[in-house]
Design a protein around this ligand. Structure first.
Ligand SMILES: Nc1ncnc2c1ncn2[C@@H]1O[C@H](COP(=O)(O)OP(=O)(O)OP(=O)(O)O)[C@@H](O)[C@H]1O
Length: 273
């Protein structure tokens, strides 16, 4: 197990932000943390890479409690991106090469050429999308065994977004590295994730591999007999049910995510039928 979180809770002052979260991520997986704004995705990630300490619960990373020596095995793309704005691209690359013993200048250089990074330009003056791409290039070149990427496709145009997702998939498959991604983009996560966790208001609503999640749920049409199981939510005119019975049809990942996030609280102000 690369990351094993057991019963983690975290509050900021009197505000409870994470409530009894348990997640495990295996080697070579691309694990997606899905949830609405303010759900607790970033806080969960910060706890994994030791930036925050949980109030309760335990986290093992690479099979042991987090210590500073694990930092070179984890590369992080945080929500606030690259914070030393007066560094230029070359400065950043040198800094990461100093931190990460297995940093690949060759991989980084492939990115720099393909995306035409101006390494003499100050990071502050990069466009938002370029900053994101540059940060992705650093993490993927770092040689770290675990990448933690907070909304890695934010600000990317659709073509580059697709390219980056395919690249992450190859990266996990071929290099046997593990990736944890947070995003709201359930469409794009379906393309690359092998497992996922759905977080809402600090609670983990569901976690599984994508294949097992599809296996454990069915979509039933109105009119079909409801089988034994747990009704998760309506999706338009259909219902997602957690059941072992061979009924209805298998759901897509998007349908599973939507149903768990919705919990039957659908907002349709212009259609109150
Ligand atoms: N340092 C902090 N002090 C107080 N509250 C905080 C702090 N950091 C996060 N929070 C709160 O914790 C909750 C979860 O925040 P978090 O950033 O983890 O959510 P998120 O799921 O990543 O959201 P988003 O998708 O909008 O980035 C929010 O209500 C946020 O305001």
């Amino acid at each position: 197990m690369i990351v094993d979180i057991r019963n983690m809770s975290k509050s900021f002052g009197s505000k409870s932000v994470l409530n009894n979260i348990s997640i495990s991520v295996k080697e070579g997986e691309i694990f997606s943390l899905i949830g609405p704004n303010g759900a607790g995705k970033t806080t969960t990630m910060r706890c994994i890479y030791g930036d925050l300490r949980p109030d309760e619960g335990e986290i093992d990373v690479f099979g042991e409690k987090f210590t500073q020596k694990q930092k070179t095995k984890i590369a992080v793309m945080s929500e606030d991106r690259l914070t030393f704005g007066r560094f230029n691209g070359e400065d950043y690359m040198k800094m990461w090469a100093m931190i990460y013993p297995n940093f690949s200048r060759e991989t980084f250089s492939d990115f720099a050429i393909h995306y035409k990074f101006d390494l003499k330009q100050k990071i502050d003056t990069y466009s938002m999308g370029m900053k994101t791409l540059f940060h992705i290039a650093l993490t993927v070149s770092s040689g770290a065994d675990l990448l933690i990427l907070d909304e890695p496709t934010q600000n990317l145009d659709p073509v580059i977004r697709h390219e980056v997702l395919e690249m992450l998939k190859d990266f996990a498959n071929q290099e046997k590295k593990t990736v944890i991604i947070s995003s709201h983009e359930i469409y794009e996560l379906e393309e690359i994730s092998t497992s996922f966790g759905i977080i809402k208001e600090g609670k983990l609503l569901y976690t599984d591999t994508i294949d097992d999640a599809k296996d454990k749920h069915r979509i039933i049409n109105q009119g079909e007999t409801i089988p034994e199981g747990e009704v998760i939510a309506n999706i338009d005119d259909e219902v997602l049910i957690k059941t072992q019975e061979e009924v209805g049809r298998y759901p897509t990942f998007r349908e599973i995510s939507l149903a768990y996030l919705r919990e039957n609280k659908v907002f349709k102000p212009f259609n109150k039928k």
